[in-house]
Design a binder for this molecule. Structure first.
Ligand code: HPA
Length: 275
């Protein structure tokens, strides 16, 4: 089965290497409502996921489904416009296939983004938070099964899953923008329901600052294949303490994220220019 995964990665990588007219250095995964970054890019090519061998297809309508090759801040980047989630029915291994392909394409680092619920009482809606660590509560681990040593080691160390060098670049970029960028711990929860008030309290108590339904499997696989990652989360709904919880729909999340998106794009543009 794992030999199979390796072969699939190589097939996807070969297809994309032949298609691409430039060589991307940084990979970007865009979270809910953050597609605005693509409008700032000089797009070279957009390749629908369905054309790429073995790529899953996004089933969430707020997520597009294309790999976009282009230039931003003078750098060649590869953007995943639309990602995959465990709640869609994919395994964590399937969700993280694109990260493996990015590695095989020679991409040097990744910037991952998401929308999240804020379980740090000091956070406000629309705030951007830099991830320094995570707690994985998604029931399926992306590395479960026989390990293929060509892809990474059996027991990856997770002391520094969020690359310190990239975090420093993010912090100094934010400082230049006079933006106070907090660092926090993200909890990966399976979804698709948002959390109950009791669950938000629990997630706060175990040390979480944000909760969301993505990112953690991607970060684990990035660590497995030794790809440095930077993650920025946009807090779309504050939910701690419980008095702050409001009923929240996807439209509410998209509205808060959309309003904060210019600031997020400014920050990402600056970071890309410096890495
Ligand atoms: N919980 C989980 N995922 C989320 C939330 C939330 O409150 N907000 C945005 N994504």
């Amino acid at each position: 089965m794992m030999t199979d995964l390796y072969d699939k990665i190589i097939e996807a990588q070969k297809y994309l290497s032949e298609e691409f007219k430039d060589k991307p250095e940084t990979g970007v995964i865009l979270g809910t409502g953050l597609g605005g970054l693509v409008d700032r890019m000089e797009v070279i090519q957009s390749i629908p996921y369905r054309k790429i061998p073995h790529f899953p297809v996004s089933t969430v309508k707020s997520h597009k489904g294309a790999l976009i090759l282009g230039r931003l801040s003078g750098k060649c980047i590869l953007v995943m416009s639309g990602r995959f989630h465990y709640y869609e029915g994919y395994s964590s291994q399937e969700i993280t296939f694109p990260v493996r392909v990015m590695k095989a394409l020679g991409i040097k680092q990744m910037i991952i983004s998401n929308a999240s619920g804020g379980i740090n009482p000091n956070y406000t809606n629309g705030q951007i938070v830099l991830l320094k660590d995570h707690i994985n509560l998604i029931p399926d681990h992306p590395l479960r099964g026989k390990n293929d040593d060509r892809l990474g080691v059996r027991f990856p160390d997770m002391k520094e899953a969020y690359d310190l060098g990239l975090r420093k670049v993010a912090l100094s970029s934010a400082e230049e923008m006079n933006y106070s960028l907090e660092e926090g711990v993200y909890v990966g929860f399976q979804g698709p329901t948002l959390e109950t008030p009791a669950e938000y309290v629990y997630l706060h108590n175990i040390g979480g600052d944000m909760v969301g339904m993505s990112t953690v499997p991607e970060v684990i696989v990035a660590k497995h294949c030794e790809m440095p990652v930077l993650v920025l989360s946009l807090v779309s709904n504050v939910c701690y303490p419980p008095e702050r919880i409001k009923e929240t729909s996807l439209e509410d999340v998209i509205k808060v994220v959309g309003d904060a998106s210019p600031k997020f794009c400014d920050l990402v543009e600056k970071i890309i220019g410096r890495i």
